[in-house]
Write a protein that binds this ligand. Structure first.
Ligand SMILES: [Zn+2]
Length: 639
């Protein structure tokens, strides 16, 4: 098998020669796929629940409200029945974790403990004016920088003052290790000297680790600071938060700039460490800063995470609602905290996740979790505060009720209309019916009006809002959920269920499912792939076809759709797949006979000719039926 077949065109896009770069051995890809458990990989990010032999969960590729995504372990693929997103474990990792193919291969290989055939490394010099700085370069630079800063932390003299800052805040050795805390040395060239030649100063600068001098040259962006590596959900370092060590320095906290691997509004600090507990407890705890998160983890609240000095965004909400169904928001009791809670209420309003506000100031005079958890009995008080969290809607309505207190009827109804309008803007019409009814009831209570009036003011549900946070173009649905498959499409689906059926085909049979038999270009490509594999002496099983269509997402989706339709139709029973195959094949052979006989008939020129043709056609049908027997009537007639 030529290596070019297993290259990923998207990774070649930036290559100057336009030449193909091998991205992985075929056998590597197969070994990694075999060793990866798609349910486990997807389940680490999205809560899945078993349903028969399959698993279902919220689809991360569209604004899903009901679990539309099915993961099929025995076929090792996933499919969303709403937006059509589908694929195998590689597709999922590439799309959800935004990795390129080679990256996803390396990521999954490491997870599964598979040793990959090494790729020849290109040195910096060899790369010349080659591809621009890639995400991979930035990630490598950030990870090396984290190791460098951690090394300085351990250094007896260079790390002493910084270590003291953490010790005085009560941060344990264990947490320093887990959060990979480090120290940026108190000099201008610590990082430049150590990593500059290895990674390229331009790369380090783009990662936000170096700054360029006006007169040329580079210097360290972070100096004399405690470094908090910011990771993505898989634990790769994508940026840094940096806290001052010298009290006279300003500002107190510095962050890496946004880069192609770091989007502030999407990132949650500590998510990689907290994700497992968030899934287990079905609850995420959102704090305000790095030190709060670390203090929570140290005290055993392992589901704590934080935004990076920004308000909560819909992107954050999306990251979380896939993994848990309850989010606790910790806010200060002050006016700024209240406003932040109000904003959060809006962000999460139409999300299918319960959100509750934790107000620490009702339980303690400690100003944040970090301070509280270091006190004797602090964790117990903290636990109480978490248990006393107020549902976000109650919180919002309490605020509305406060505003309405003592107001006259006119003012109350005006405020109520305004509130309903705001909630409608936030998606009230689309929240699930039970929650919607609850909201209407609460509103009626607060306003002191009958529920029917509130209900009448809320417009009926609309079509789902356009997806507001998924940048990927939607996968075109080649085969609609209710669309009848043609005979030939059924046959492709059967082959994808059991590639061994290919060996039963005669040359004439192969023509029946040749690419030219299909109208859709996408299905043509699936058929082509099946033929290519078959002619190469390989059975066109689902996995082989998906591998071969590696770079063709549309065709992969279509293949999965065809296979799953036939699989469902046959009740996941191989024998019934074979029966369907035989029935469709005999019908298709009959139709092929009909077509070839009709080809010899003259085109009808008049009504009389047409009816004569119809009579001919009837005769033929009769003879075909006699040849093939009654079996063919059982098969659905293709449209
Ligand atoms: Zn979907």
């Amino acid at each position: 098998m030529p290596a070019e077949r297993w290259t990923n065109p998207s990774s070649n896009a930036g290559s100057p020669a336009g030449g193909k770069r091998a991205i992985g051995d075929r056998s590597d890809i197969d070994r990694v796929r075999d060793a990866s458990d798609i349910v486990r990989i997807i389940g680490e990010h999205i809560s899945l629940r078993p349903k028969g032999r399959e698993y279902v969960g919220l689809c991360p590729f569209h604004d899903d409200r009901t679990p539309s995504m099915t993961v099929v372990p025995h076929k090792q693929f996933y499919k969303c029945f709403s937006c059509g997103a589908s694929g195998d474990v590689f597709t999922f990792v590439q799309k959800f974790l935004r990795m390129e193919f080679r990256e996803s291969l390396e990521f999954l290989a490491e997870r599964a403990g598979v040793q990959l055939t090494p790729l020849r490394q290109q040195s910096l010099a060899e790369r010349g004016d080659g591809p621009a700085i890639t995400k991979k370069d930035l990630l490598a630079a950030n990870n090396a920088a984290a190791a460098f800063f951690a090394g300085v932390m351990k250094h007896e003299t260079h790390g002493a003052t910084g270590r003291q800052v953490l010790v005085s805040r009560g941060v344990s050795e264990e947490m320093i290790k887990e959060f990979r805390l480090g120290i940026a040395p108190d000099r201008w060239d610590g990082l430049v000297m150590t990593l500059g030649s290895k990674f390229g100063k331009d790369v380090l600068a783009q990662a936000g680790l170096l700054k360029q001098r006006e007169q040329g040259g580079y210097y360290d962006a972070f100096r004399n600071r405690v470094m908090f590596p910011i990771t993505d959900r898989t634990g790769r370092v994508i940026a840094f938060g940096a806290r001052k060590i010298n009290p006279d320095d300003e500002p107190k906290y510095l962050n890496s700039p946004e880069t192609p691997v770091f989007y502030k509004s999407k990132t949650l600090y500590g998510l990689d460490l907290a994700l497992r507990t968030i899934q287990q407890e079905k609850t995420a705890l959102i704090c305000e800063g790095y030190m709060d998160v670390i203090a929570c983890h140290q005290a055993g609240f392992r589901n704590a995470i934080a935004t990076l000095g920004t308000a909560l965004t819909p992107e954050h909400a999306k990251e979380l609602r896939l993994a848990c169904d309850r989010i606790l928001l910790l806010f200060d009791g002050d006016e700024a905290g209240q406003r932040a809670a109000d904003r959060a209420a809006e962000v999460f309003f139409s999300q299918p996740v319960d959100v509750a506000i934790v107000s620490l100031n009702k339980f303690t005079d400690a100003k944040d979790p970090d301070e509280l958890l270091k006190r004797d009995g602090g964790p117990e008080v903290f636990r109480k505060a978490l248990a006393g969290a107020i549902d976000l809607l109650d919180f919002r309505f309490q605020r509305v009720a406060e505003r309405l207190e003592g107001a006259g009827l006119a003012a109350r109804s005006k405020a109520m209309v305004a509130e309903i309008e705001r909630l409608v803007e936030l998606g009230l019409a689309n929240v699930e019916p039970i929650r919607k009814a609850l909201i209407e009831k609460r509103l009626a209570q607060i306003a002191g009006v009958p529920e029917a009036i509130v209900r009448a003011s809320v417009p009926a549900g609309r079509a789902a809002r356009p997806n507001s946070y998924n940048n990927d173009a939607p996968t075109p649905v080649v085969i609609g959920a209710n669309q009848q498959l043609t005979l030939e499409e059924h046959l492709l689906g059967c082959l994808l269920c059991d590639g061994a059926l290919w060996t039963t085909l005669s040359e004439r049979d192969k023509d029946i499912i040749a690419p030219v038999s299909f109208e859709s270009d996408i299905i043509k490509r699936v058929a082509q792939s099946i033929h290519d594999l078959g002619e190469d002496g390989e059975l066109p099983h689902m996995q082989s076809v998906l591998s071969q269509l590696e770079a063709d997402d549309d065709a992969r989706s279509a293949a999965i759709a065809l296979m799953s339709r036939v699989d469902e139709q046959s009740g996941h029973d191989q024998n019934r797949v074979h029966a369907l195959w035989r029935a469709c094949m005999s019908r298709a052979r009959g139709d092929a006979m009909l077509r070839s006989s009709q080809a010899g008939l003259p085109e009808p020129k008049s009504a009389g000719d047409a009816s004569a043709a119809a009579v001919e056609r009837l005769k033929l049908l009769n003879s075909v039926q006699q040849t093939l027997g009654p079996d063919r009537r059982k098969v659905p007639r293709p449209s």
